[in-house]
Design a protein around this ligand. Structure first.
Ligand code: PLP
Ligand code: COI
Length: 366
């Protein structure tokens, strides 16, 4: 299907150039939105209709809209980067489109075709391009596609109507510390997702369930929570909003990078997948395997485990210093960002900002 034509209604009162410059000078994460948003509706029997770019603003919802009661909501997160030639490109948006469709299937929602997903990003960028930060740095425009169930009624069943939307927000570092190592709480009471559940989908409910353990972690000074598998409470799944990588160094100096395998409860991160490829390109040995919480704590204590980092679109690559848990805490390495972490970070971000060749065709001009 070729993407239908979007109607465009310009915001009559966009942010002033001064206001935009102030926001772009210190964007933070997710605090400021651009002037426009995309909306597309889906109705059973009709399919996708009325694609539009409209001024950013409140949406009106009937109080009995299904999303407000049973939580049929999914989302994506990807970034648009200003390239050295002034153009704007996003990183593997086709992978986000595919994951969005997979999340829709798991939540019994309508699947947005990939070409419409990509068109929705281009249409928004066509009117809000001035919100993409300058080339050369790490700032970007974070794009947040999402979809909600809008059928009115209280029956528990898949909605017959959906609203898809994209909003955009200039983004600096997700974690206040930037590339400074963060501390992580290894959670042993609450779990994030069970096999057969919704862990592989990017749905709002997963994040709602993470907020209480996140608050527990925050009480211990931790920026993220690392979750164990729900069945044995032994194997590391991932964190609340990033995947995890571990760097092991043997006595002979050889390095192995390991990340938990996608065992059915982990979100298949696009950054994770890309880093596996980037590591191989750099000649670094990388494996997907089970890693236990004990291996993390014991490896850090013995010194075999030299680096740990979290990765995701918002978080990029953030080193982890100390892992804390109900029985104590252990610092990985010397608590500073490690060389493999920094090498992978530089290799990936150089592709994204257009400072290095893109051998896998990951950058997509919007
Ligand atoms: N895991 C969770 C739970 C996430 O929310 C995210 C962020 O999107 C990731 C992993 C990393 O995924 P990606 O690299 O596709 O952003
Ligand atoms: C992302 O990295 O895009 C995320 O979705 C993480 C978080 C802000 C939910």
């Amino acid at each position: 299907m070729s993407a239908p034509k979007f109607s465009v209604t310009r915001n009559p009162a966009p942010a002033s150039p001064q206001r935009r410059a102030d926001v772009l000078a210190a964007p933070g994460f997710g605090r400021y939105m651009t002037d426009h948003m995309v909306t597309i509706r889906w109705t059973a029997g009709t399919g996708w209709h009325d694609p539009a770019v409209v001024p950013y603003g409140p949406m009106t919802l009937d109080p009995s809209s299904m999303v407000l009661h049973y939580g049929q909501e999914i989302f994506e997160g990807l970034k648009a980067y200003r390239q050295p030639d002034g153009s704007i490109a996003s990183f593997r948006p086709d992978a986000n489109a595919a994951r969005f469709a997979g999340s829709a299937r798991r939540l019994a929602m309508a699947e947005l075709p990939e070409d419409l997903f990509l068109a929705s990003l281009s249409e928004l960028l066509a009117v809000d391009s001035e919100w993409v930060p300058e080339a050369g740095g790490e700032d970007s425009l974070y794009l947040r596609p999402f979809m909600i169930a809008t059928e009115v009624g209280l029956g528990v069943r898949p909605s017959s109507e959906y609203l898809y939307s994209v909003i955009a927000s200039p983004a600096g570092p997700y974690f206040a510390g930037g590339v400074k190592p963060m501390d992580v709480w290894l959670e042993t009471e609450y779990t994030r997702a069970a096999l057969g559940g919704t862990g592989t989908a990017k749905c709002g409910g997963n994040y709602a369930a993470s907020l209480l353990p996140q608050a527990v972690g925050a009480q211990h000074g931790c920026a993220q929570v690392a979750y164990l598998d729900a069945e044995e409470r032994q194997w590391i799944d991932e964190m609340g909003s990033n995947n995890l990588f571990f760097v092991f160094r043997s006595d002979d100096g050889s390095v192995e990078v390991a990340t938990p395998d996608l065992r059915g409860s982990v979100l298949a991160g696009i950054t994770r997948d890309s880093l596996i490829t980037v590591a191989k390109d750099l000649g670094i040995s990388v494996v997907e395997r089970r890693i236990s919480g004990q291996e993390w704590l014991g490896g850090a204590a013995s010194g075999v485990l030299t680096e740990v980092f979290g990765c995701g679109t918002a978080a990029v690559i953030t080193p982890i210093g100390t892992v804390k848990h109900s029985g104590g805490e252990v610092t990985v390495g010397n608590g500073e960002p490690g060389p493999v972490t920094l090498q992978l970070r530089e290799a990936l971000t150089a592709i994204q900002r257009g400072a290095a060749p893109d051998p896998h065709g990951w950058m997509h001009t919007l």
